[in-house]
Design a protein around this ligand. Sequence first.
Ligand code: BG6
Length: 480
Amino acid sequence: IPVDSFDLVVFGGTGDLARRKILPGLFRRFLAGQMPEDARIIGAARAEMDDAGFRALVAEAIGEFGGPASRKADELARFLDRLHYVAIDAKGDGGWPALAQAMRPDVVRAFYFSVAPALFGDLAERLHRHGIATPESRIVVEKPFGRDLASACALNATLAEHFTEHQIYRIDHYLGKETVQNLMAVRFANILFEPLWNARHVDHVQITVAETVGVDGRGSYYDKSGAMRDMVQNHLMQLLCLIAMEPPYRFDPDAVRDEKLKVIHALEPVRPEDIVRGQYRGAGKGTKGSYTDDAENRDSRTESYVALKVNIANWRWKGTPFYLRTGKKLRARASEIAIVFKEVPHSIFGEEEGWRENVLSIRLQPNEGMTLSVMIKEPGPGGMRLTEVPLDMSFADALGEDGTDIPDAYERLIMDVIRGNQTLFMRGDEVEAAWAWTDPIIAGWETRGDKPRGYDPGSSGPEDALMLLHRDGRRWREIR
Ligand code: BG6
């Protein structure tokens, strides 16, 4: 379904995120017929360039990051026609009158701040001063949204000087992933799961986001951040909220976000013994392939891996831990949420018959989909032996062989901005609450001077992380 016509201004339009995700994503939406004929995308950045220069840059980016779609030359040419460019000075007045001139009345105006957060205030202020932003305009902001509670509050306050909360779209691209949305459908459109979705029936939950990439090339950002700020405070927290939240009364932005916020408020402080931090080491600290070498900081204590046990203090979840882990340079790129159910109250079959607990596995990537493992009788005449079979709810098949037709998270989210739907975006109070929970954890290890444990690139993380679960008589699911 095509969206309304729009002028989308991408500040930082020549930058990395724009080249990798935003512009190739918009091209795919164009191919899908979702972009109206007269929709326009206006790149805005410091570099002096004309429309033709910007179009050439975008064509190159789509060639590099656009996947198979980039081979559609005729369509690409038609898409490029929609692109324009204005050179602007974010801290001065240069270029702003030209941008004001370029905007059309009566179409949706959206401004994507794909720039460092330090510039958010400057951009917001100038959009107003030059009469470019209207009360219906939307702004899109990227993470990192602050690096602690104080900086996040300051950013929210800066944006609030010029825009209302309903105009602000804070992106967490994990919320745009196909499976994450499907998770809400499975939870709230079926009667089957809800009665079991609580501490009485769920033994524990595991949320894993494992990556094979290191921090090569982004060390200067990452070293000041670490896995806790880069991944847990936002992406893993959002996943946890969607699993743990109460059913919202409607699939409506504030109804959903109110429920997520209640979950964050119910998180217990994490005890130091419930966290394991790791750093990939290679042949040793500072050697080629080690984190410290990639981050160009020999003495870095930043974690490239973190595992933690999180408790939620409310009626639904008291007593059911959520184990979270994420890391770089691990064995495989594998992101999964596993809901591990409890044992049956009494086994009539005896242990030797091969009983295993039911697990609902929700895979974010790769092989997007869900599998519920159930026990059945092993077929054949061999007597009553149990075996585990997967009830497969994968949808990769429906969306193309290898899942390549699944829209990228960014494409979907940008279209939601144009539609004016904030459901999959974080509200200011949510982000602040998440930092309020994260800050003491980080402050704790900073005051204690904790060092991260070393782990081998290509492994499944530091040995100590295994203990987090072993201690509780549980084990991590394999990363593969
Ligand atoms: C980003 C983090 O937000 O998410 C990166 O800054 C991380 O460090 C990335 O690699 C992971 O996203 P995805 O979609 O590849 O799982």
